[in-house]
Design a protein around this ligand. Structure first.
Ligand code: OGA
Ligand code: MN
Length: 211
């Protein structure tokens, strides 16, 4: 069994993410987690895929959700605590990030939900915001990439549409974490020439219990 790997609340990457979010609404950290943990997460994603646990992702929420591959072609599985040491380590790291964001930005983030995502070659996720019309709890999006030896020619970039009509592309390279304000940064996933793995999640604030 793998030894637990913890991230300290004093880790300077946490405050770097918080500062970036405050200044420009997004952050990119190339080596957010130890390579060993990133490899274990990739292995866990592949294991779940091999066991048929990943399912086509839907678009929308609740009863309005439907699978539309032309818009979103990834296969996903949500992560729960207690399933695998690597996943628990990741949830622990993201909880440190949640606390750091709350301290620096007063967003009142209450929890973090995340899923593995596997994009088969050619799959895309068209331009969108990570905020549902009927549920505004998602405040901050965080994607960790799990792909070793990814080359720019493999494609699969995350393209973010930023202020002043600029774009920023993120290569989905193992260990890279990208974080952005869910309601403010439209983004898309470009098609890749090979399988593309990630862990995608959202920090949420408390709901207003209207539902
Ligand atoms: C998403 C998403 C981006 C990525 O799942 O909402 O935008 O790079 N994912 O995987
Ligand atoms: Mn998204």
């Amino acid at each position: 069994m793998m030894r637990a790997m913890h991230i300290s609340p004093e880790n300077p990457m946490l405050s770097a993410v918080v500062d970036d979010l405050a200044l420009r609404g997004w952050s990119q950290q190339a080596f957010f987690l130890p390579a060993e943990l990133v490899r274990a997460l990739a292995a866990e994603c592949r294991r779940r895929d091999a066991e048929g646990q990943l399912n086509p992702a839907g678009v929308g929420r609740g009863v309005a959700q439907e699978v539309r591959e032309a818009i979103r072609g990834d296969q996903i599985q949500w992560i729960d605590p207690g399933q695998a040491q690597a996943c628990d380590d990741y949830l622990q790291a993201m909880d440190q990030l949640r606390l750091a964001i709350n301290q620096g930005l007063f967003l009142g983030l209450e929890d973090f939900e995340c899923h593995f995502a596997l994009y088969p070659p050619g799959a895309v996720y068209r331009r969108h915001l990570d905020r549902f019309r009927d549920d505004d709890r998602r405040m901050v999006s965080a994607v960790l990439y799990l792909n070793e030896e990814w080359q720019p020619q493999d494609g699969g970039q995350l393209r973010m549409f930023l202020k002043n009509d600029t774009e920023h592309d993120v290569q989905p390279v193992a260990g890279c974490l990208v974080v952005f304000l869910s309601a403010e940064v439209p983004h898309e996933v470009l098609p890749a020439g090979r399988e593309r793995l990630s862990l995608t999640g959202w920090f949420r604030r408390r709901g207003n219990d209207l539902f």
